[in-house]
Design a protein around this ligand. Structure first.
Ligand SMILES: Cc1ncc(COP(=O)(O)O)c(C=O)c1O
Length: 393
C-alpha cells in the first residue's frame, strides 16, 4: 500500500475526528514550500495558521533548537533557566508589558488572561463582574476561551459554558458604550480578527474600548495570537492604533513552530497574582523559549517589518487586479489578508492543492492568506496566478 493511503486510512482509524484534513501527507518543508510523500511541492500561504513566521526549517531556528535540546531540554518551573528570563525581558522591552506569564498554546494564554482578569477584579471589587467579547471573535477551544468565542457552532455542543459573558457587535462604538460599565471585569478583543474573516478593528473602536476600560477600571485584553509578532507589519497590531492593552495574549508565531504561548501584563495586573494562582508543567521550557528568542529577534528587526508591509501591500495590489465576479472585498493588514467571495471557498482550497498551493479559509466565504514573512514577490505572483486559475473555473 502506498505511504499516503495508509497514513490517511490510519489517521481515520486512530485519531479522533476533530479535523477534516487534506488528502496528502506532508513530509518535509523548506522556506516557503512543503513537500508531500509523493514528492509534490506546495507553496505554503498558510504558514501553519500563522505559526511559521520564518518559513519552514529556518536554519537559525533549527540550530538554536538543536543546540538547546542537546544542552538542557526540559526542567520544570521550580527552577530558574536563562532562555525564559531572557525572552521575557525582550518581550517586555519590545511592548507595553512589565511581566510575562508563559504557557503552551493560544487557548491556554486566553485561559490565563481570564484568570488574571478575574483575580484583579475580585481583589479590588469582590465577585460579580463580567466579561465582554465581540461578534466574529475567536479566542480558542478550551471552556473559558470558548465562552468568550461567540460562535454558535463551536459553543452549542459544549454548554453550559462559563457564565458572565456579554457579547457586543464588533466595531460598534455605541454598542460598546452600552455594554461596558462598572460591572465589567475585562474586555477581550482581537485588534485584527483572524478566524472571523480578517477584519481589522476601527481606530475609533479600539480607542473607545480603551477609554471605557479606563473609566470603569476594566482590563483591556488584546488577543494578538494571530495578528501579533509582526504579522501586520508592526511587531504588535495595537501599534497601528496607538492604543495599549492591560493584558496581551500571544502564541502561534511566537515559537515559530515550537509550542509556546504567553500572557503579557502590566504590573497593575501582575501585582494581584501570587505563587500557586496559575501554572503549567511544560510552559517556558528552554527549547520553546530559545526558539521564541530567535523569532522575536528576527521579526522585531525594522527591515523584516518593512518587508512584511511591502509584501502585504503588493499582495493586496495584485489581488485587486484579479478579474472575478466572485470577489466581494479584499482586506487586511500586512501579511494578514482576506479575500471575501460571494460563495463558499472550500472548493477553491481543494483546487489550489492540485495547483501546488496551500491556502486557508476564514469562515465559509473568505480565503485567508497568511504567508511566512520571508515571502517574495515571485511567491506572491505565483499565489495570485493560482487564485486566478481556481476562481475562474
Ligand atoms: C485570535 C486567536 N486566539 C486564540 C486562538 C487559539 O489558539 P490555539 O489554537 O493555539 O489554542 C486562535 C487560534 O486560531 C486565534 O486565532
Amino acid at each position: 500500500m502506498n505511504v499516503s493511503v495508509s497514513i490517511v486510512e490510519k489517521e481515520s482509524q486512530y485519531i479522533v475526528h476533530t479535523y477534516k484534513r487534506s488528502p496528502f501527507v506532508l513530509e518535509h518543508g523548506e522556506g516557503m514550500f512543503v513537500y508531500d510523500s509523493k514528492g509534490n511541492r506546495y507553496l505554503d500561504f498558510s504558514s501553519g495558521i500563522a505559526v511559521n513566521a520564518l518559513g519552514h526549517c529556518d536554519p537559525e531556528l533549527v540550530a538554536a533548537v538543536q543546540d538547546q535540546v542537546a544542552t538542557l531540554g526540559h526542567v520544570c518551573n521550580l527552577y530558574h533557566t536563562r532562555p525564559q528570563v531572557e525572552l521575557a525581558e525582550a518581550l517586555c522591552e519590545h511592548s507595553f508589558a512589565d511581566k510575562v506569564f508563559y504557557c503552551n498554546s493560544g487557548a491556554e494564554a486566553v485561559e490565563g488572561a481570564i484568570k488574571f482578569a478575574r483575580k484583579y477584579s475580585l481583589t479590588h471589587y469582590g465577585p460579580g463582574k463580567t466579561f465582554v467579547a465581540f461578534t466574529g471573535g475567536f479566542h480558542g477551544r478550551t471552556m473559558g476561551a470558548l465562552s468568550i468565542t461567540a460562535r454558535e457552532q463551536y459553543q452549542a455542543p459544549f454548554r453550559p459554558l462559563m457564565p458572565g459573558v456579554t457579547v457586543a457587535p464588533f466595531n460598534d462604538v455605541e454598542a460598546a458604550k452600552e455594554l461596558i460599565g462598572p460591572e465589567t471585569c475585562a474586555v477581550f478583543v482581537e485588534p485584527v480578527q483572524g478566524e472571523g474573516g480578517i477584519q481589522p478593528a476601527n481606530v475609533e473602536f479600539l480607542r473607545a474600548l480603551r477609554d471605557l476600560c479606563d473609566q470603569h477600571d476594566a482590563l483591556l485584553v488584546f488577543d494578538e495570537i494571530q495578528c501579533g509578532m509582526g504579522r501586520t507589519g508592526k511587531l504588535w497590531a495595537y501599534e497601528h492604533y496607538g492604543v495599549e492593552p492591560d493584558i496581551m495574549v500571544l502564541a502561534k508565531a511566537l515559537g515559530g513552530g515550537l509550542p509556546i504561548g504567553a500572557v503579557l501584563v502590566t504590573d497593575r495586573v501582575a501585582d494581584v497574582i501570587e505563587p500557586g494562582d496559575h501554572g503549567s508543567t511544560f510552559s517556558a521550557g528552554p527549547v520553546a523559549c530559545r526558539a521564541a528568542q530567535v523569532v522575536l529577534d528576527r521579526v522585531s528587526d525594522p527591515a523584516m517589518l518593512a518587508h512584511i508591509t511591502a509584501m502585504g501591500e503588493l499582495l493586496v495590489e495584485r489581488l485587486e487586479e484579479l478579474d472575478s465576479r466572485h470577489i466581494k472585498e479584499i482586506r487586511g493588514l500586512g501579511l494578514m489578508v482576506g479575500v471575501e467571495m460571494d460563495c463558499e471557498v472550500a472548493p477553491f482550497i481543494e483546487a489550489a492543492y492540485e495547483q501546488g498551493m496551500i491556502l486557508l479559509n476564514a469562515g465559509a466565504n473568505v480565503l485567508r492568506l497568511l504567508p511566512a514573512y520571508i515571502v517574495s514577490e515571485t511567491d506572491i505572483d505565483q499565489c495570485v496566478f493560482v487564485i486566478q486559475q481556481i476562481i475562474t473555473v
